[in-house]
Design a protein around this ligand. Structure first.
Ligand code: ATP
Length: 336
């Protein structure tokens, strides 16, 4: 792909990772290459193996088969060396509720290897960076969800990790707080950190990730830039909503003549949809044909493929909550 072949500069390089739980193969020939200085999205349906992959790369799980290097260090030969160079941040912040944000940062800094003065200086720098200066003295239990996640990120960054594993960093946050966390992640990458991001929100990967690896059944089944993956699903989708459900069959037959694949019919939505490569040609031809056949339509739209379409096509599963979370008006281009 456009980011070039594997090289010594890769932040993460994994080849043929296998992890079994009894007869269950949580990782089954997992390969991953993440260049330095980018956000890389690791996506997959529930149970695909994302957490197992991240925990293995972060040395929390032993490497059974295969090889991996993280931040240039061999995971099997030198797990301690890997640990010194990485950060790992989950959905729930491990910070103390009663202490303020600054006290937490100083405490974690001191628990690590920072001296008193260094811990204080680093705490102030991170509070500034994550927009937490005003809330620095407030007990964490009074923080909003977004503030807590930002503090959690700040704690993870105390020791300047080269590679940061972020496991669903915005799950459960409202859109404004998600936006704040996204801004913080962008800032990290601007500072040179590499981020491996697992997320259920495909729009999050779309917004942040330079590249995406889609996992299913313990291995990567597709990867590329978000726009490349979307292109792979095919062209735009033509969606026609009819007034009378009795017309659905005839509408499907009319659309089939202009579609790249057999149209899908959604009886509840009274909608027929199909991928079309010739956008304008398909719209005018379908409109004319439906008009000639006396089929009344309620709506006709061209929708660009979303990562959810990519997901569905590749894995046969929808990305759960992602479809509900993303705003469909963003992707819809109403033409009639
Ligand atoms: P989710 O999105 O639900 O977190 P995931 O992609 O992170 O899923 P994993 O948690 O890595 O998937 O799980 C991959 C597979 O391994 C699943 O089938 C899961 O049931 C199994 N698995 C994970 N951890 C264990 C464990 N400790 N013991 C037994 N099976 C496990």
């Amino acid at each position: 792909m456009a980011l070039g072949g594997p090289g010594p500069d890769d932040a993460i390089l994994a080849r043929g990772l296998v992890k079994t739980y009894g007869r269950e193969r949580a990782l089954d020939g997992f390969d991953l290459r993440v260049p330095r200085g980018v956000v890389w999205g690791l996506l997959g349906p529930n149970g695909a193996g994302k957490t197992t992959a991240v925990r293995t790369l972060a040395t929390l799980l032993a490497l059974q088969e295969g090889e991996a290097r993280v931040a240039g260090v061999d995971v099997r030969a030198d797990p301690q060396g890997v640990r010194r160079r990485i950060g790992l941040s989950g959905q729930t912040a491990a910070v103390d509720e009663i202490l303020g944000g600054r006290q937490n940062l100083v405490l974690f800094g001191r628990l690590g290897r920072l001296g008193r003065r260094d811990a204080a200086a680093r705490a102030d720098e991170l509070l500034e960076r994550f927009g937490l200066v005003e809330a620095a003295g407030k007990p964490v239990k009074k923080y909003s969800g977004g503030m807590r996640r930002r503090l959690d990120l700040a704690v993870t960054l105390l020791f300047r990790p080269e590679v940061l594993f972020l496991d669903e960093p915005t799950t459960g946050l409202d859109p404004r707080n998600r936006g704040e966390v996204w801004a913080a992640i962008r800032q990290l990458v601007a500072d040179g950190t590499t981020v491996l991001l697992t997320t259920q929100y495909l729009d999050e990967a779309d917004q942040l990730a330079a590249g995406i690896s889609v996992m299913d059944h313990g291995r990567v089944i597709a990867e590329g830039r978000p726009d490349e993956l979307k292109r792979r699903v095919g062209g735009d989708r033509l969606e026609v909503t009819v007034v009378d459900p009795a017309d659905l069959d005839r509408a499907r037959a009319a659309i089939a003549r202009w579609a790249d694949e057999a149209p899908q019919v959604d009886v509840d939505l009274k909608q027929v949809s199909a991928p079309v490569s010739d956008r304008v040609g398909a719209v005018s031809a379908v409109l004319a044909e439906l008009g000639d056949s006396g089929i009344r339509i309620d709506d006709l739209a061209l929708r660009r493929p979303t990562l959810d379409d990519v997901f569905l096509t590749l894995t046969g599963h929808s990305a759960d909550t992602a479809a509900a979370e993303s705003d469909p008006t963003d992707a819809r281009e109403v033409v009639a």
